[in-house]
Write a protein that binds this ligand. Structure first.
Ligand code: GLV
Ligand code: MN
Ligand code: MN
Length: 452
């Protein structure tokens, strides 16, 4: 692992009058077991019993998680600020006020029955990395910020990456107005009740959007959520691109009726239309003919959902992704054609809502190089990877040079209670993150004091 004393060559010091200086960073204070302990403490703020973690934004458990994150930021000596969407920043000051910050972070919200590592590693790990850099006496030239994003998961408001969409300007007032939770609560009402928010979605978005140039680079540490690193026995993945996600909601409605009395030729069964569509999603995705094309009907609800009643209503939520956006769009078009065809043939009414159809992201060479060099410095094995899951990095890449660092997770499992990453891999990931941040932020010249 390259020893405990890690040498960091600091490019900024090329400008020092006395030539190239190498700063020695002692990152021994980064402890995998200590980070795991914090992750498992965070996991206790869950609506389902452990090991399952369910944490929807602005619920009481999310508020407890936020409080814990802020406590850790404070203990790390970071200066905390929060925006109207509830994105939480913890800042380590840099020696210069004139450049953007190097930012790192992820999310702590968790889909129903998720695990303890998705997103949380990139928040707790970010704070641990900044704390260790401070303890190692590292004084950055650019400020470095640990960031906790609001609602990367789409569970409560039906749209993923709400916080990072808001920060990057990729979210419109109209889109946010449309997003109600299952109780009909708006984002404005929920965020305001949580102590964030504002008087309208317009003011919330205005207060959240990041000023041009205020982020110099963004890097996110995350579990891989796939099996490639573990299968190849590698410690780190350096992400080169993030696949393009799309999501749509489809409603079918028929006339329902009595399960005994209504004869088969007289039915227009919305449930069977939904079942056919779920199979059509699978077929359209397989027909794309690429291993990177994935399609999932993750939500299917029928009504009245009663054994002796022909389904009158059906609602599906469909997730389609690919690293090739044009091919992803062809799969989406094929699914939309199937909706029309099935509805006509089964004589059911239909409605489609496109939830999102986002472009893919290409990671920045500057961040890839910094992370690759950091991995080499640690002596950690690594490879370049495409992220098939989406992340807040997808939107940060629209406003700043962006990259991601992956660590292996057991069997590639994620979005399930038995999600697991080892303390050793977590330690390597957090150290790689710390070194990447140090490279991107540069070292304050000798004698310069941090901005206050
Ligand atoms: C994020 O959780 C995703 O669904 O990729
Ligand atoms: Mn997730
Ligand atoms: Mn995640």
């Amino acid at each position: 692992m390259g020893g405990q004393r890690l040498l960091l060559a600091v490019a900024g010091c090329l400008m020092c009058t006395w030539g190239l200086r190498a700063a020695t960073l002692d990152l021994t204070s980064i402890s995998g077991p200590a980070v795991v302990e914090q992750l498992l403490h965070l996991a206790t703020f869950s609506d389902d019993p452990l090991p399952a973690v369910t944490r929807l934004i602005f619920t009481p458990n999310d508020m407890k998680a936020r409080k814990y994150v802020k406590q850790l930021m404070k203990e790390a000596g970071l200066t905390i600020r929060e925006d109207p969407m509830g994105n939480i920043y913890g800042r380590m000051h840099g020696s210069t006020k004139t450049t953007g910050a190097v930012v790192t972070g992820s999310h702590v919200d968790a889909i129903p029955l998720a695990g303890a590592y998705d997103g949380t590693l990139g928040v707790i790990g970010a704070i641990a990395a900044l704390k260790a850099l401070g303890e190692a006496g590292f004084r950055p030239e650019k400020p470095i910020e640990a960031l906790m994003f609001t609602s990367e998961e789409p569970t409560r408001f039906g749209l993923g990456c709400i916080g990072s969409r808001g920060m990057s300007g990729a979210l419109t007032v109209e889109t946010l107005n449309d997003k109600l939770d299952v109780n009909g609560t708006s984002f404005q009402a929920a965020s305001t009740a949580a102590g964030y928010g504002g008087k309208s979605h317009e003011t919330i978005l205005e207060g959240t959007r990041v000023k041009p140039g205020s982020i110099a680079a963004f890097v996110e540490l995350h579990i891989e959520q796939g099996p490639r690193l573990e299968r190849e026995g590698l410690q780190l993945g350096i992400v080169s691109a993030i696949a393009a996600p799309a999501a749509l909601r489809v409603f079918f409605s028929g006339d329902g009726g009595h399960a005994g009395a209504l004869l088969m030729p007289d039915r227009n069964d919305a449930g069977l239309a939904a079942a056919e569509l779920a199979l059509a999603v699978e077929k359209a995705t397989l027909d794309a003919g690429a291993i990177d094309a994935v399609g999932t009907t993750g939500f299917l609800q029928i009504g009245p959902n009663s054994m002796n009643s022909v389904p009158r209503e059906a609602k599906l939520e469909i997730d389609i992704r690919d690293i090739d956006a044009a091919r992803r769009d062809r799969t989406v078009s094929s699914v939309l054609k199937s909706v029309e065809e099935i509805a006509a043939r089964r004589d059911v009414r239909h409605r489609v809502e496109m939830i999102n159809q986002d472009p893919p992201a290409t990671c920045s060479q500057e961040v890839i190089t910094a992370a690759t060099e950091a991995a080499k410095e640690l002596g950690a094995s690594q490879k370049a990877l495409v992220s098939r899951a989406y992340h807040d990095s997808l939107f940060m890449s629209q406003i700043a040079p962006t990259g991601m660092i992956f660590i292996p997770c057991r069997n590639g499992w994620s979005h399930r209670p038995d999600e697991f990453a080892s303390a050793a891999d977590i330690e390597t990931g957090v150290k790689a993150l710390a070194l990447t941040l140090a490279r991107l932020a540069g070292t304050a010249a000798a004698g310069e004091h941090s901005e206050l």
